[in-house]
Design a binder for this molecule. Structure first.
Ligand SMILES: Cc1cc2nc3c(=O)[nH]c(=O)nc-3n(C[C@H](O)[C@H](O)[C@H](O)COP(=O)(O)OP(=O)(O)OC[C@H]3O[C@@H](n4cnc5c(N)ncnc54)[C@H](O)[C@@H]3O)c2cc1C
Length: 486
């Protein structure tokens, strides 16, 4: 099918998309396959969006090295692919005196790893940075930041497409047949031939690895649940606020995270589960998140929660082992590059992981840079964040900017159309939402969904409109076809 590819990437998460974009710099045939109907549908769309500065990770690990390197690269990368990045800084707060030694430990580890600017600060300085936080002392990391993980992943994918990489959505890899100098890759959409196979399947990376003949990896899924708060209380938080993590937890503790769009997220929890796809929210955990977050930010109110979600960590060690596993990024045998256990800080590390994969390839063959590689992709217009003059000018150019579709987030008809016309051809309500924010606000689509459905139908002829991917059809049939009666 479609001839021999040089590089076939399995998985359209941030890591796979970053690798596709890096490879699209070179004279090569690149294909990315994603089983879902959009990119960023796995862990890459279900995380805290924090650009970690590298002080949590044990020293002398690949994870620490790639975290530090990725942290350096993310601001430029975001600028290039049109994704928002904000350097917010981070406080890791000690609520009690006996937690202070842990802050010292983190600072020392960070300094060994190469994190810059870490300092331990007292109550007064904490209040200057984040007035409403109660803490005895805190570790302050001025270089920590946040990104929109959807925009970053979509931006990388679109930039790769601009540079002639191919991306096939709704295409699940089901089998791999290693041959002489190439692989036959069986998928739900036919068989592809490739010289290199790059496994970036996230929570399913152990299965794809086994398909390619490398057994022995096992992913233990560990779920993290979150609450999202209404933007109207977004001003409660300027910076990332983390607790001292509970001992032997699979995560960093329930933290307060501002988003680039002005919401606050509370979470995540850390619970080992059986199924890698079980992204539900559970009442007990949701209550516990509120209790723990209120200890740091007492003014929190349940009435400010507008949504919840969860993400799953692809851990390589089981619950209670007391161990942490390193990232696996290696060429297992000629042509098969395996990425397994890419849990946090995989979002931050993605650009450095991609660079490492390129280096593995360069160890075997020469990559010829393309003369016309274009690293720049324009990000979407955010009408709501513009000045009145800018808004008026845009409306003058296109009246679609003068029609508000989503009232909560002030998203215009033109922005929804841009989301529908994106190069990946996203066709679900969620795909529209993560591109232009329509339905991300307080009413969660109560007002704008009918309008978006109408636009999808009228502009793109989409009939079987889905909330997300397979099995999420929104309509079973027509009750009244208003347009027929016009
Ligand atoms: C709760 C939580 C919080 C986190 N917070 C942060 C943070 O603040 N900062 C940070 O740096 N990192 C964070 N992370 C980690 C980060 O989200 C991940 O490391 C990163 O998203 C991993 O990206 P990926 O591309 O490897 O995997 P994914 O995003 O999971 O992508 C893998 C893709 O492969 C596809 N796929 C799987 N099998 C197949 C197949 N057979 N055929 C085709 N496609 C397939 C999947 O559908 C999926 O889209 C967090 C993770 C969690 C769970």
């Amino acid at each position: 099918m479609d001839g021999l590819y040089d590089y076939l990437i399995v998985g359209g998460g941030v890591v796979g998309c970053c690798i596709a974009r890096e490879l699209s710099r070179y004279d090569a045939k690149v294909l990315l396959l994603e089983k879902e109907c959009d990119v960023a549908m796995g862990t890459s769309g279900r995380n805290s969006g924090v650009v970690h500065a590298g002080f949590y990770i044990p020293q002398d690990t690949l994870k620490a090295e790639l975290n530090i390197e990725g942290h350096k690269r993310i601001p430029t990368l975001c600028k290039e692919v049109g994704a928002e990045y904000i350097r917010t800084g981070k406080l890791v707060v000690a609520k009690k005196e006996d937690e202070i030694p842990y802050l010292e430990e983190l600072r020392a580890r960070g300094e060994r790893n190469g994190t810059r600017g870490l300092k331990i600060i007292g109550r007064e300085e904490i209040k200057k940075i984040q007035p409403n936080i109660g803490a005895v002392k805190a570790l302050y990391s001025p270089t920590s930041g946040i990104v929109d993980p959807f925009q970053l992943t979509i931006g990388l994918a679109e930039n790769a497409l601009m540079n002639d990489a191919e991306i096939k959505l709704n295409t699940q890899v089901t089998g791999v047949n290693p041959g002489e100098g190439s692989f036959g890759v069986e998928t739900s959409g036919g068989v592809y031939e490739t010289r290199y196979l790059i496994n970036c399947a996230g929570l399913y990376a152990d299965r794809v690895s086994a398909m390619a003949g490398v057994d022995g990896y096992r992913i233990y899924p560990c779920r993290g649940e979150y609450h999202i708060l209404d933007k109207r209380v977004g001003d409660l938080l300027n910076t990332l606020v983390y607790p001292v993590p509970p001992k032997d937890s699979g995560g960093l503790g329930v933290h307060l995270t501002p988003t680039v769009d002005g919401n606050i997220m509370l979470g995540p929890s850390a619970d080992y589960i059986q199924e890698v796809c079980d992204v539900c929210n559970t009442p007990d955990v949701m209550e516990q998140l509120y209790v723990e977050a209120s200890e740091m930010l007492p003014s929190l109110k349940r009435g400010d929660f507008i949504r919840s979600f969860s993400g799953i960590r692809p851990k390589l060690v089981p619950e209670g082992s007391g161990e942490t596993a390193d990232f696996v990024v290696r060429e297992e045998y000629e042509g098969f590059i395996n990425l397994v256990g890419i849990e946090s800080p995989g979002l931050t590390a993605a650009p450095a992981i991609a660079e490492r994969v390129i280096n593995l390839i360069c160890g075997r063959e020469e990559l010829r840079p393309k003369k016309d590689f274009n690293p720049l992709r324009k990000g979407p217009v955010r009408f709501s964040s513009l000045s009145d003059e800018e808004k008026a000018s845009l409306i003058g150019k296109d009246p679609g900017y003068g029609e508000i579709v989503c009232r909560c987030e002030t998203v215009t008809r033109k922005e929804v159309l841009d989301a529908l016309n994106n190069p990946l051809g996203a066709r679900s309500m969620n795909a529209v939402k993560v591109r232009c924010r329509a339905s991300m606000g307080r009413c969660q689509g109560g007002f704008c969904w009918p309008k978006i459905v109408e636009l999808m139908d009228e502009e793109k002829g989409v009939k079987n409109i889905r909330l997300s991917c397979f099995g999420s059809g929104m309509f079973v049939g027509g009750t009244k076809d208003l347009r027929r009666n016009k």
